[in-house]
Write a protein that binds this ligand. Structure first.
Ligand code: AMP
Length: 115
């Protein structure tokens, strides 16, 4: 499996606005935000897509949710609510093949799907 730009962000080889990092996950602001708060939460291990997750990844996947909760509180979007989204492969419109959870918030986000 090939590394993406996200591995370079994890290793701090290219600039990114990292808001959280620990031994399992990294979170940084999306370069092209679709909402007032738009943060990506990713496992440090390269898991290309949601279709590639294994039992051994459960600690990192669980950490992604607890980190999302903490970031939402810090960003001030927890009370009004927010959206966590994972796109998977072509039909899910996944562009970067390193599993990532989007955290959107800061405004009413509308229905889940537009089509
Ligand atoms: P997805 O369509 O789910 O694969 O989303 C990929 C996301 O990664 C998009 O929202 C991009 O704006 C974001 N993105 C791509 N490159 C970078 C980068 N260097 N720093 C931050 N976000 C990025």
């Amino acid at each position: 499996m090939e590394e993406t730009i996200f591995s370079k962000i994890i290793r701090k080889e290219i600039p990114a606005d990292i808001v959280y990092q620990d031994d399992l996950v990294t979170a940084f602001r999306d370069i092209n935000p679709q909402a007032p708060t738009h943060i990506l939460i990713i496992p440090n291990k390269l898991i290309p897509t949601a279709a590639d997750v294994e039992v051994e990844d459960e600690a990192a996947l669980g950490r992604m949710f607890t980190v999302a909760r903490k970031i939402a509180e810090k960003e001030g979007v927890a009370e009004d609510g927010y959206r966590l989204l994972v796109n998977c492969k072509e039909h899910g419109h996944q562009e970067v093949m390193h599993l990532h959870m989007h955290l959107f918030g800061g405004k009413p986000l509308g229905r889940m799907l537009s089509a």
